[in-house]
Design a protein around this ligand. Structure first.
Ligand code: PEP
Ligand code: MG
Length: 591
């Protein structure tokens, strides 16, 4: 690949949402922010003609999406992907979008493109007032559809990713899930967007397709030109435009090391996850959508430790039915059998609001009606899920877990509802596992403080370190301004985690960690030393963590943990751990 030494080198940092390194030519896609070609007033005699043009564009967009959907069905793409296209097709039938555009053409006597853009602006203004990132992503879905309509109105081609023939790095203001769903690994080497966050569907799909990606770059579409050579490092979120030959060489070596390291890790796949002195730590997986299971199995995950069921509720106008719950959970249980699957009940509220439900705007949503609090307020909705989980439990080793528990009453109330569902199912003659195990997430400091009491009333606990850090360090986990305070090595965090694990160990109750800490070897080392039984993480982390566990004795991990308790700052702990890690375990590929 020839570099152009006259072009300026640009280094950018975004959010790495899918790991790996790729080097390729930029391929810019026109997505997001399509500007109508022109504004014009129309003569009243032209109104019907404009409306007809608009309706042709609607039909053309519908046909295009239907074709994409059929192609995805033929290619055997998962239901989650297809449902997104179906949601987009529904937006095309939306009365507000259609009627308001027609009204604007009639009342304001403007061309269809302009009328449509005005309606979009109104809709966006409405969404802009909301803080919730999930709702903002729904607004983006509408924007994507309107852009497709605009391109059809203007007779411009909505270039499909499926048409890309050469291997390229795709660059766009934003990519719709309809785009990611069409990506073919090998042709789309990686992708970069101005917009986006870790929880967008686009990011989720990139991970499940294992295509390196960096999002949230803000100005990549302005910085990169078609044909530029680009380095994408999806692990660190680094992007280099027009790198020099020597930098390319550095990244090529890094890529090779990364790939070799990934391959070498498979050596550990069938080896037991145990320390040199025989302490077993079960390594299990976190998942959001069914497509992630294959990668978890491939990397040797011995079960699912956290199934985030929120994704069953998103991208749709109605709520999932009991049958849908049963189908989804049964599929996962069967695939993972005989290994266990922990299904976490709905964790919405806070930064994730269900579009199907009327909800009040909260001043402090992270401290608001979230997760179990939301479910205990919306009992009917909760019971549909509980019944679904129970019925699926007759097909495999399914366990149930309640999120965001802050006190014992919540545990008891949730368990009462579960018992009520069991009684109903019994009367209805429906099969379920009467002895289904029930656990809770420990992610609120108040629950952590009474972990010794909680473990008396549950079968297992799992520490959600993402939220436990948020609540114990008082830092909003989605606020980039306080991100520097997000320190898993903070002595307070370590003490809280230690206390919880010890309480569970003392009671003989299984204790796991399913927050991001579990998947990072340096933190896993500490969790091991504190005495954790299970660690739950994404597919790629499983073998990295197993490698660490197999490289150390439990006795040594305990000694390390004892020493770190004397340190006063996260930095001191980190420095100490860094002196300990190299002898045990070294991930050399970044050097
Ligand atoms: C956590 O809080 O650590 C956790 C695993 O749950 P989530 O990230 O879904 O809030
Ligand atoms: Mg959580």
């Amino acid at each position: 690949m020839m570099t152009d030494s006259k072009k300026q080198v640009v280094l950018m940092k975004g959010i790495g949402v899918s790991s790996g390194i790729v080097i390729g030519r930029a391929y810019t896609l026109e997505r997001g922010m399509v500007e109508p070609a022109h504004f014009c007033y129309i003569d009243p005699s032209e109104t019907e003609g404009e409306i007809e043009r608009f309706s042709h564009a609607l039909n053309a967009s519908r046909d295009q999406l239907t074709r994409i959907k059929h192609k995805m069905e033929q290619d055997g793409k998962g239901k989650e992907h297809i449902r997104i296209i179906e949601a987009h097709l529904l937006i095309l039938k939306d009365n507000m979008l259609i009627n308001d555009t027609i009204k604007a053409i009639r009342d304001q006597r403007v061309n269809a493109e302009w009328a449509l853009k005005t309606v979009l602006n109104d809709i966006m203004e409405y969404f802009d007032k909301m803080d919730d990132p999930y709702l903002r992503e729904r607004a983006m879905d509408i924007e994507h559809i309107v852009n497709r309509l605009l391109l059809n109105l203007m007779g411009r081609k909505h270039e499909s990713i499926a048409e890309i023939k050469e291997p390229v790095v795709v660059i766009a203001h934003d990519l719709a899930p309809t785009d990611t769903a069409q990506m073919v690994k090998g042709t789309v080497l990686g992708f970069l967007t101005d917009a986006g966050g870790k929880t967008s569907h686009t990011a989720i799909m990139a991970r499940s397709l294992e295509i390196p990606a960096v999002v949230g770059l803000e100005s990549i579409t302005r910085q990169a030109e078609p044909g530029d050579i680009i380095i994408v490092d999806g692990t660190t979120g680094t992007v280099i435009i027009n790198p020099s030959e020597s930098v390319i060489e550095v990244y090529k070596r890094r890529r090779e090391r990364y790939e070799n390291y990934g391959k070498a890790l498979f050596h550990y796949k069938d080896l037991p996850s145990e320390t040199t002195d025989g302490k077993r730590v079960r390594l299990i997986g976190n998942m959001e959508i069914v497509e992630e299971i294959d990668a978890l199995i491939e990397h040797g995950a011995e079960g699912i430790g956290l199934y985030r069921t929120e994704f069953l509720y998103l991208n749709r106008k109605d709520l999932p039915t009991e049958e849908e719950h049963v189908r989804a959970y049964r599929q996962v249980a069967k695939k993972m059998a005989p290994n266990p699957v922990v299904i976490r009940t709905l964790d919405v509220g806070g930064d994730k609001i269900l579009p199907q439900m009327e909800s009040q705007k909260e001043i402090n949503p992270a401290l608001g009606l979230r997760a179990i609090r939301f479910c205990l307020k919306n009992v009917d909705l909760f019971k549909v899920q509980l019944r679904g989980i129970l019925r699926a439990s007759s097909y495999g080793d399914i366990k149930i877990m309640f999120p965001m528990i802050s006190g014992m009453e919540e545990v008891r109330l949730a368990r009462q509802l579960l018992e009520e569902c069991k009684r109903e199912l019994k009367v209805e003659g429906k099969a379920f596992n009467q002895d289904i195990e029930v656990g809770v997430m420990i992610e609120v400091p108040s629950a952590a403080m009474i972990a010794d009491l909680i473990v008396k009333e549950v079968n297992f606990i799992s520490i959600g370190t993402n939220d436990l850090l948020q609540y114990s360090l008082a830092i909003d986990r989605v606020n980039e301004h306080v991100a520097y305070l997000y320190e898993p090595f903070h002595p307070a965090v370590l003490r809280i985690i230690k206390g919880v694990i010890e309480a569970a160990n003392k009671a003989g109750v299984s204790v796991g960690v399913c927050g991001e800490m579990a998947g990072e070897p340096e933190y896993a080392l500490i969790l091991l030393g504190f005495g954790v039984d299970q660690l739950s993480m994404n597919a790629y982390s499983v073998l990295r963590v197993k490698r660490l566990i197999r490289s150390i004795s439990h006795a040594e991990a305990k000694r390390i943990c004892k020493s770190i308790l004397a340190f006063a700052t996260a930095k001191e702990v980190e420095n100490y751990i860094n002196t300990k890690l190299p002898g045990l375990y070294k991930e050399e590929f970044w050097s």
